[in-house]
Design a protein around this ligand. Structure first.
Ligand code: DGJ
Length: 727
């Protein structure tokens, strides 16, 4: 065994553990401590602040060591909840996993620690992996299950990871939502019994329960204080996150693919690799957990996370399905004149035999509608080039309408058990293609590949999906593999995306799923961003962006300025407020620019210019959430600071106005207390004066401890302040 252990230190440990090996897995500020000898249980003792080798003894002597199996399996031991349960080919259910081997590899940015666990009786093994980043406080955990039986073993439960923890007052923060109201923060006390977050949509999971959580160990979540565990399951399909409160202080957290209706028949020689669960820990509240996940996301789980995102105009709310050459040309010219960098032609451009004039036809027929665009796509790309902007296009390649040439040719490509009538989706004719089928995978890859081959200058794809996994059944999978469908679908999709990314690494791709249904780190490694919501109402977006910011960086959150009154809520909101909200994420527009009056057009042009200046801060800076929209103060505020703390941008929004309602002072965060900052107000409308703090200088300490009184009296007043260090 390749063990890295400090034998001298071990000898001084408490006698009951004299034969146990200890394994310390550390990131810059956190440690996970495990223990186990060959042939015995592998236990987790501790997850928290970083330990030195010499601290391990303190953990054990303190009585705080947890001693809970790292990967509990069903059958033996007192494990009310388990990570793994199987059905052996002989009908036996029990497993007794003990430690067999241990390896530690040092890579450039991370350490990979792998424990091999083996059943005491049967040839079944689990490799339990811990990938500890050395520049960021994240540990990714996943398992690899295999066996040496001659017949298949059925996996009945296959969690990615188990993390036990202790707390006298543990609270869960997680995101919940619906179409048009994604990423809503929910907080609850974890009481005895089990809290289960389970999602069986199969595709648009992030519309409802997200696969990311924060667990605050010292009472209700606070932004800047308190111990917090953050956990992100990287799986866009069916998932299950469980917190089992075994007794008032002892908790067990499990996360992985949901096992319900998903038994997996594991063949001899096959290795079942579970999706990774990324965990972090902070003593500085949920704010620090978010910043850690943002850094981790940008560097490891988001396509091109080191590249700034373009400012775009998307055609959907401007023209809906009424795409035509004249309107597209007009929109290209208008966004270019406003200073935008990209135009995206949304739904409505395709279909020949069947026309995409409504949402009930043509999905699957990815050829240009020559009635709408008689000269095809090439002139649009030309026009974009002439206007010095890029061009992008919308597709929904995983779906088909029954009214399509594709369906006529391949009726067997849909997800539905043979001989049954499927559940139809959007338009009463939409169905999901069966991505477990390699022919379908080839077709879906071809949709992007053909577009890119025909139009190499195509810079952006909006990849949409407006369907859940229903009519459960695959004519491709064998009878015995029907319960694999949830998993096989995502493996198929991943194959396709992997191929696309390998061939077109610089193609910008947006993950859209009826809005924010695919805000998930299982899919974001293949996408540069996601569409946060079909609801572009600036007021509701404040709540959605706040919730999404718990786990996702601003650069990944598509946020578009749309028309007023808003198409989803009917709310009238001034253009400044709409921009000030969208500028706190990846700015874009979603409207017909021709409908704007001259004042709004001028404001938009200047705001876009301003966004270009603050883009590095918003897209790459550290987020500090200051006043929550959920706090009932009638205001909300946040800011982004550069890593060197020399620059920052601050946003404040007035959400509601009640007469004589006190407005709190805005205390900043993330600044250097010893530095002085000059304040400049941004996005000041023509004919308005900047607020009184404009051009004033304050120390970082003052701004963070005392704060500023900022006038945001009336509903939908907003302010953006730029802070520049002057000494
Ligand atoms: C749903 C998406 O969320 C919208 O942005 C738009 O692209 C429509 N689909 C188009 O059908």
């Amino acid at each position: 065994m390749n063990k890295i252990r400090n034998i001298l230190t071990l000898i001084t440990w408490i006698p009951c553990c004299a034969f146990a090996d200890s394994y310390l897995i550390s990131t810059p500020n956190t440690s996970l401590l495990l223990e186990g000898d060959k042939g015995t249980d592998l236990n987790i003792l501790y997850y928290g602040s970083k330990l030195a080798d010499s601290d391990m003894e303190q953990v054990k002597n303190s009585g705080l060591a947890i001693y809970s199996q790292a990967y509990p399996a069903f059958g033996f031991g007192y494990n009310p909840e388990t990570a793994l349960s199987v059905l052996h080919p002989n009908g036996e259910l029990a497993l007794q996993l003990v430690l067999e081997d241990y390896q530690r590899e040092n890579r450039e940015d991370y350490e990979l620690i792998t424990f091999t666990l083996k059943d005491k009786k049967y040839p079944l093994q689990v490799k339990l992996n811990y990938k500890a980043y050395q520049k960021n406080d994240v540990i990714e955990i996943w398992s690899e299950i295999s066996h040496g039986w001659k017949k298949p073993v059925t996996l009945k439960q296959m969690a990615s990871a188990h993390l036990p923890f202790m707390s006298g007052d543990a609270w869960l923060s997680h995101l919940y939502g619906d179409w048009g109201n994604e990423g809503i923060v929910q907080e609850e006390l974890l009481t005895t019994g089990m809290k289960v977050i389970k999602n069986r949509d199969g595709v648009r999971n992030a519309h409802v329960c997200h696969s990311e959580v924060m667990i605050s160990l010292d009472g209700k979540a606070r932004e800047n204080s308190g111990r917090v565990i953050g956990a992100v399951l990287c799986w866009p399909g069916n998932y299950q996150l469980r917190v089992d409160c075994v007794s008032p202080y002892n908790y067990a957290f499990f996360a992985g693919i949901d096992n319900e209706n998903a038994d997996y028949t594991l063949k001899p020689q096959e290795v079942f690799v579970t999706p990774e669960l990324a965990v972090t820990y902070s003593t500085q509240g949920i704010g620090e957990v978010s910043r850690t996940f943002h850094r981790w996301g940008r560097t490891t789980h988001l396509a091109n996370g080191d590249k700034p995102r373009d400012i775009l105009l998307n055609s959907w709310e401007g023209v809906y399905l009424k795409v035509n050459e004249e309107k597209m040309f007009g929109m290209i010219q208008d966004i270019a004149a406003l200073g935008g960098e990209l135009f995206v032609m949304d739904d409505g451009w395709f279909g020949n035999k069947y026309k995409r004039n409504d949402d009930n036809a043509a999905l699957g027929d990815w050829t240009v509608d020559r009635e709408k665009l008689p000269n095809g796509i090439a002139p649009l790309l030309e026009e974009a080039k002439k206007n010095k902007i890029k061009f992008g296009i919308w597709i929904e390649p995983e779906c088909v309408n029954t009214t399509s040439e594709l369906f006529e040719k391949h009726p067997d490509w849909i997800i539905c058990p043979e001989g049954r009538t499927p559940d139809y989706g959007r338009g009463g004719t939409q169905l999901l293609l069966d991505l477990s089928n390699p022919e379908v995978q080839e077709f879906v890859f071809g949709v992007v590949d053909n577009l890119k081959t025909n139009y190499p200058e195509l810079a952006y794809i909006k990849w949409d999906i407006n369907m859940s996994l229903s009519s459960f059944g695959s004519s491709y999978l064998s009878d015995k593999e029907q319960s694999h469908l949830y998993i096989a679908y995502h493996r198929g999709l991943r194959n396709v995306l992997e191929r696309i990314r390998n061939k077109y690494p610089n193609l910008v791709m947006q993950a859209c799923a009826s809005g924010g249904g695919r805000a998930n780190y299982g899919i974001l490694p293949y996408f540069d961003e996601y569409w946060t919501s079909d609801n572009t109402d600036a007021l509701q977006r404040i709540y959605m962006q706040w919730g999404n910011s718990y786990f996702f960086p601003a650069m990944a959150m598509g946020s578009h300025v749309s028309a007023s009154p808003n198409h989803q809520t009917g709310r009238n909101i001034p253009v400044k407020f709409r921009f000030d909200v969208a500028m706190a994420a990846r700015l874009g527009m979603e409207m017909q620019p021709k409908d704007m009056n001259e004042t709004d057009r001028n404001f938009s042009r200047k705001a876009i210019e301003t966004y270009k200046k603050i883009r590095p801060l918003v897209q790459f800076g550290d987020l500090y959430r200051l006043i929550s929209p959920y706090s009932d103060k009638g205001v909300s505020s946040l800011m982004y600071c550069s890593a060197d703390k020399n620059e920052a941008v601050f946003f404040a929004y007035k959400l509601r106005h009640f007469v004589a309602q006190p407005i709190p002072e805005f205390r900043m965060d993330g600044l250097n207390p010893d530095a002085s900052y000059r304040i400049t107000e941004l996005n000041v409308p023509e004919n308005s004066k900047p607020i009184s703090v404009d051009r004033q200088v304050f120390s970082g300490k003052f701004l963070m401890e005392q704060g500023l009184r900022i006038p945001v009296q009336k509903e939908y007043t907003s302010r953006i302040l730029k802070l520049d260090r002057i000494n």
